[in-house]
Design a protein around this ligand. Structure first.
Ligand code: MRU
Length: 346
């Protein structure tokens, strides 16, 4: 399987996540505008994958620039940067990756465009490579949280498709399975975009990990019946106090988990943590096209003009989170302390 994103020649190739599992097709982006549109339209999605795509998008943007170092080139760079930054507001990884790329531009800009381009491409590749390593580490740290024979409930898709490979929440599942534990996954379908039904099921099936698809509204009932051993989800942005933005519906799962005594784990790279925000109140929540809710599988399922709300994410207060697993380890409350210590440069 090709990774969700790959740099090929002078282009970025992505598996079209809108079409899975019915079709396995790839989209080739040759310009930064095409990459920005691919992020907006969800050809590529998932916090770390969005960051990697944007980093390669910036490389494509700078490849098309010309001119000598100076204010005019800086303005052109800024235009590319801003377009990529405007694509989706919630995932911290997008801004984190772009900031890393900008630091490289600033270090190399006086050396001329050839040197800038080479350094930017190297940095984008490093971001991708490091994310793949990070997910393996999350898996190693998190696998002990899952017991043999456990059923794990997950939401959305925090798997290989959402990252450079292996996944965060699904990385923990994969690592536990690889360690010989018998793990079964309940995948919530994740209305309206159906990342759970379409992507998580597809990934786990290919890995031979047993997966059961449930609708989002069934989760509480299965928890109450004692059929869920743990909830493991990914994250789009984690504030300094541990409040966590993730796919809409995550908050409901966390409340239900607490009510039913089920541990609730968040798995994410430290690049998802935003220490500039004291709590989740400042996390920007993306509102998407209302037609995503009016339709299912591209077909209208309601009155055409009905008013709709479509926030793509919600924020789960830290009080509902049993632990946050990053590549640095398993962080427990109080998160103000454990996350700060876990993100400090070692
Ligand atoms: O709207 P999406 O599909 O980009 O949302 C994805 C999620 O909410 C994931 O859980 C999150 O980005 C973590 S992916 C490792």
């Amino acid at each position: 399987m090709l990774p969700a994103i790959a740099w090929q020649g002078r282009s970025v190739v992505m598996i079209d996540q809108r079409k899975l599992p019915a079709q396995e097709t790839y989209v080739r982006c040759r310009t930064y505008i095409q990459v920005a549109q691919a992020i907006e339209k969800m050809v590529v999605r998932g916090a770390p994958a969005i960051g990697i795509a944007a980093a390669y998008g910036l490389v494509l943007g700078v490849m098309a620039l010309s001119g000598e170092p100076g204010p005019s080139l800086d303005r052109d760079f800024e235009k590319v940067y801003k377009r990529l930054e405007r694509t989706r507001p919630t995932a911290r990884n997008l801004f984190w990756a772009l900031e890393r790329m900008k630091a490289v531009y600033e270090r190399t800009r006086m050396r001329g465009l050839r040197a800038v381009r080479a350094a930017l491409l190297e940095e984008a590749k490093a971001i991708e490579r490091e994310d793949a390593e990070t997910n393996r580490a999350i898996g190693r740290h998190g696998r002990a949280l899952l017991g043999d024979g456990m059923t794990v409930l997950t939401h959305c898709n925090a798997g290989a498709l959402a990252t450079a490979g292996y996944g965060t929440a699904l990385g923990i599942v994969r690592a536990a399975a690889a360690a010989g534990k018998r793990i079964r996954v309940f995948a919530g379908e994740t209305r309206p975009f159906l990342q759970g039904a379409r992507l998580t099921v597809w990934e786990l099936d290919r890995d031979g990990i047993p997966v059961v698809l449930i609708t989002d509204g069934m989760a509480g009932w299965f928890m109450r019946r004692g059929e869920v051993g743990a909830v493991v989800v990914g994250a789009d942005r984690i504030a300094a106090n541990g409040d966590t933005a993730n796919k809409i519906g995550t908050y409901s799962l966390a409340v239900l988990a607490k009510e039913n005594g089920v541990p609730f784990y968040v798995a994410a790279p430290t690049s998802t943590i935003d220490l500039s925000l004291a709590d989740g109140g400042g996390i920007p929540i993306e509102e998407r096209n209302p037609d995503e809710v009016r339709q299912a599988g591209g077909r209208l399922v309601t009155a055409p003009g009905v008013e709709v709300r479509n926030p793509a994410f919600d924020v789960t207060p830290a009080a509902y989170i049993t632990a946050i697993v990053t590549e640095r380890g398993v962080h427990r409350p109080p998160y103000e302390k454990s996350l700060e210590a876990g993100t400090r440069e070692s």
